[in-house]
Design a protein around this ligand. Sequence first.
Ligand code: SF4
Length: 282
Amino acid sequence: MEDTLHYQPIWPDSPQAGWNLVQVLKMTTTRACWMRCRFCDFSRFVPMIDDHPVAPLSFLQKSQTHTALSESYDLIKLRGGLSFYEPWSYFRSAIRHIHKRNPAPLQALSAVEVQHFHRVEHKPVQELLEEIFWAGAVSLGPGGSELLIDSWRQEMSSLRLSSQEWLNIHRIAAQVGLKSVAGLMVFPGISEQQIWDHLQILRELKSLSVIEIKPLRALGTDLEIMGKPHLFEILATVEVIKKHLPHVVVAMSIDHLSRDVCDLLQWHGVSRAMITKDVIEA
Ligand code: SF4
């Protein structure tokens, strides 16, 4: 495997796949997180006393009353940072309310949150996942799988779960009925070897159906200086995924992208294009 990532142009008359536009409602539980991943703008520790940026019960109330939940969506994504304020039951109730109020497929929390509550409340992982499924989610989010290479994780997000822990949680999630969604963060200078190593881990997840591409956007973090990946790095990454895991749907947010860029993404194999229709913040 070469270390350099090569871009192979694909011409407009050879599209790789269809183009499924997905209108998304994004719901954010909190914009602060004790895990302090270097690439994440939620990475801000919340002290135990006085400084929680989210008023008590506000997200739960919004999950019961926010008018956006009466609209129509193709996907609802529930994500956010982690503090030590809200118990597991708070998030389980919020998922239940959201699902009762809107029939769209709900992607709720991630293996990172599951690991957090497993540690903090000593609940078995399987029980947490069964409760997420019972509450109405169809899948976990891809959080924790930005790049499943433990040396990279050690440098970028050393407090988070390891590649094997992420994999194990998603294996159990598949057993309880949750679909498997992974991610891949494209950062400037990403190598083919790194993408290959990431995909080798994902290969072990037989139930994997979707990989969400996430270009690094480290605004407000110490990685901001790295800038954003070049479009060719994103296209080449999609090519590597399609070559090694051709059965997996490649998804990407197309918010703020031009029509030309969207065409290129489609021609290279992105087949699920996510557009943020509404946002609910706690
Ligand atoms: S665990 Fe998720 S929300 Fe928390 S800092 Fe890391 S990437 Fe951000």
